[in-house]
Design a binder for this molecule. Structure first.
Ligand code: ADP
Ligand code: MG
Length: 727
């Protein structure tokens, strides 16, 4: 009998939901552990407060004296919240977050002690950067990188540590993290979007990108998860026969939340409230034990930090409830995977959403301007956008028929499509007064009403307009949002820059009015970017064919998808927008490839181990029982046994066959792995993709078949039905 599996099941069956007492209203808890404006006003001198606010709003530098003051106040505040340690909190290129805790405590003369934290410690730290991926930017022997305070994302206390969000850069200036390029991209979009906003409002001063992510995840009992080496090592199941009941009854989506999951959510939400993460929505997702959580959207940098923090907090809170959270994009075969929709928009300093139409024709034209420029940016850079969400784990999800395809297209709905079709017919050059009136009243004037009932939401599009924002749906559930957000904001910034040049040129050279020039350029953009617009079923095969005809990329695997990250055009784009230079881009490309290779290497090793050390011996074991049984039958029935033991004998043969296949396939896979390991960079990644990975499915097939034949009592791996339905 498989003791690990059965004791895990026993443990799970005995679980009770943890009782969560909600002592305070959420509005009271909200932000209590954040050094936000309110806390700063309480703790900082006026000068220090203003200096920090200027740094946040205008990007000005905070001078050293002020930094000392801020540090002391921040420390006092943190201690009042129970903190004993502080850490620079950053997002290295591992995709996770990193922290190294130092105590405030310092001893004086060996006998006295005090809590100390000064400006130097706040502003800059030097973690041993050599142990983080750097893609060759720094060699180990000159492990010189530093973290620097990012005042635009407020410090917070988590457990007993003051966490200070920071960027992580090499002394030579290159970014070693995901946040630095994001901040640069946000600066670029601010600059170029503000310039375009000035066409519509002379006083426009700032544009923020906004992000509202929706996080999908699975909750699996931790005893069950731990009983599976594949979940433990790779975050997903590498084998397992599908259970009789999966999601075919559609009975999980928006269903009532199971009690244990609910108490986890309540606990998590309280933590989120304290940390100022404005979570709002929770519900069951399509697959059994799959859930979603979404906050109110925020400024993009803060939203990215909050998502990274949330994932960390989810891991911690889940252990209190004896759950393991799976963020992997495809933890279970034949069951929906998880994504992280990135809802994105642009917003002015006063909170006006630029992707939401306004009350006047001018505001509607502003909406159209940002709307159409975004579509054009996506068209021009669809391949790069695809690359921004590429990962070994997301490859298992994209293109499967429940997830967006690897093709990027934009869905806008039939009514907005009709508006764009009409705008396409706007006269070239000067507009007659009648035409202008018609445009203002009958076309763009109608947009607000159109958007009010923009109900035809297409769930199969990778990039959909959903009334007042675009929703980038292909982002993986495990991903750090900073990466797609950096690309999206950079490409839109570049597009807006081009737009402004073109409009200004028409105004200057063709003597057109500003709005005429805008209509003229938008008309050309609508025509030029038509190929990216698709309103049909994105999951269908027909779309793949159609997309190919249109010349859209369809890079199904990460090694293919990553190529564009170091293409000439890309380097030029990022350098022009001052988001990343060639060295930084090439480093990231190397790291992405290496990460891909390593993930597949680990999966391959784990699969080989399970197949040969768990499955095959179990099958042999069961086969022996069958052999014993046939022998006994022979003894009792003599020559008649052949008829009586027919089924057993057949089963013995079938099992033998699967065992042989598993052994030979595994050996072949190991051989391919050896060859792939001798290669480097792209070659190695490609070998893993094309030569090693195909064995996964084949080996799995035989193991899963055995699962349906071997005595359930002997089966060593916790089964799908147990992982997904034990509550
Ligand atoms: P859905 O039907 O997809 O749940 P919602 O309107 O509730 O639609 O929004 C889903 C997500 O979109 C939420 O996470 C929300 O925070 C985000 N969102 C809404 N407006 C914006 C915006 N202007 N910018 C960025 N994200 C937004
Ligand atoms: Mg959504």
């Amino acid at each position: 009998m498989s003791t690990i599996r059965f004791s895990a099941l026993q443990e799970t069956l005995n679980r009770k939901p943890v009782k969560i007492v909600e002592t305070e209203r959420r509005s009271v808890l909200f932000g209590q552990n954040v050094f936000n404006k309110y806390a700063m006003q309480q703790y900082l001198t006026r000068a220090a407060y203003e200096s920090v606010m200027n740094a946040i709003d205008k990007g000005t530098k905070i001078d050293r004296k002020i930094a000392d003051q801020v540090a002391v106040s921040m420390k006092d505040w943190a201690i009042s919240k129970g903190a004993t340690h502080y850490t620079h909190w950053f997002q290295p290129l591992t995709g996770a977050t990193a922290e190294k805790h130092d105590a405030f405590f310092e001893s004086i003369n060996g006998s006295l002690a005090m809590e100390k934290f000064d400006g130097e410690q706040l502003v800059q730290q030097e973690p041993d950067a050599s142990s983080f991926p750097n893609g060759g930017i720094r060699n180990t022997f000159e492990a010189r990188g530093y973290t620097a305070w990012d005042p635009t994302s407020p410090a917070f206390v988590y457990e007993t540590t003051l966490c200070i969000p920071t960027i992580f850069v090499a002394y030579t200036g290159e970014a070693l993290d995901n946040k630095t390029p994001l901040l640069r991209a946000l600066q670029a979009i601010d600059y170029h979007a503000t310039a375009v906003c000035k066409y519509f409002d002379k006083n426009a001063s700032k544009v923020n990108a906004t992000l509202g992510w929706e996080q999908e995840y699975f909750l699996i009992d931790d005893a069950l998860a731990t009983s599976r080496p594949d979940i433990l090592m790779t975050g997903r199941t590498l084998l397992g026969h599908i259970s009789a009941k999966g999601q075919q009854l559609d009975d999980h989506y928006f269903g009532s939340i199971p009690a244990r999951a609910m108490s986890f959510m309540q606990d998590l939400e309280q933590e989120c409230m304290l940390l100022g993460i404005p979570v709002k929505t929770r519900h069951n997702e399509v697959a059994p034990n799959q859930f979603e959580l979404a906050p109110i959207f925020e400024e993009a940098n803060l939203a990215v930090d909050h998502n990274a923090l949330l994932m960390d907090v989810m891991h911690k809170v889940s252990t209190r409830h004896h759950f393991k959270v799976l963020f992997h994009e495809k933890p279970f075969a034949e069951i929906n995977g998880s994504g992280k929709h990135n809802n994105w928009s642009l917003s002015t300093a006063d909170g006006t959403n630029l992707l939401s139409p306004g009350k006047t024709p001018m505001k509607n034209l502003q909406f159209l301007t940002f709307f159409i420029n975004t579509i054009k940016a996506v068209y021009e850079n669809e391949e790069l956008l695809r690359a921004s969400i590429a990962s070994a784990s997301n490859d298992y999800r994209l293109g499967a028929n429940e997830a967006p395809p690897a093709i990027i297209s934009v869905f806008i709905g039939t009514q907005l499509s009709a508006v764009l079709d009409e705008l396409e017919n706007v006269t070239k050059g000067k507009l007659s007064p009648e035409e202008k009136t018609d445009l203002k009243l009958n076309i763009i004037g109608k947009i607000p009403e159109i958007l009010l009932d923009n109900t035809d939401r297409n769930r199969t599009s990778a990039f959909a307009f959903t009334g007042n924002k675009f929703e980038f749906r292909a982002v993986g559930s495990k991903a750090n949002c900073a990466i797609p957000m950096t690309v999206l904001n950079t490409i839109v910034a570049k597009q807006l820059k081009e737009f402004k040049v073109e409009v200004d040129t028409l105004v200057d050279t063709k003597n057109l009015k500003k709005d005429e020039a805008i209509f003229n350029i938008l008309r050309e953009y609508i025509k030029a970017s038509k190929k990216i617009r698709f309103e049909g079923d994105g999951y269908g095969e027909a779309w793949e064919k159609e997309a190919k005809k249109r010349g859209l990329s369809n890079n199904k695997t990460t090694p293919e998808a990553l190529q564009v990250k170091v293409a000439k055009k890309t380097i030029h784009l990022f350098e022009e927008m001052e988001v990343m230079n060639r060295v930084e881009l090439e480093a990231r490309y190397e790291i992405d490839l290496e990460e891909y290779t390593k993930r597949l290497q680990i999966e391959s090793r784990v699969l080989g181990d399970i197949a040969r050390n768990h499955i095959v011996p179990t099958a042999i074991n069961y086969q022996n029982t069958l052999l014993e049984n046939t022998k006994n039958l022979k003894e009792v029935f003599g020559d008649d046994f052949k008829n009586i033991a027919k089924e057993q004998i057949e089963l013995i043969m079938i099992i033998s066959n699967h065992i042989t296949e598993i052994n030979s396939l595994t050996l072949k896979m190991i051989d391919e792995r050896r060859k792939a390991n001798k290669l480097e960079g792209l070659k190695s990644a490609e070998a893993y993709n094309k030569k090693v990975k195909p064995f996964f499915e084949e080996i799995r097939y035989h193991c899963d078949k055995l699962e349906t034949m071997v005595d359930d009592n002997l089966w060593p791996l916790t089964k799908y039905r147990e992982l997904l339905f034990t509550r």
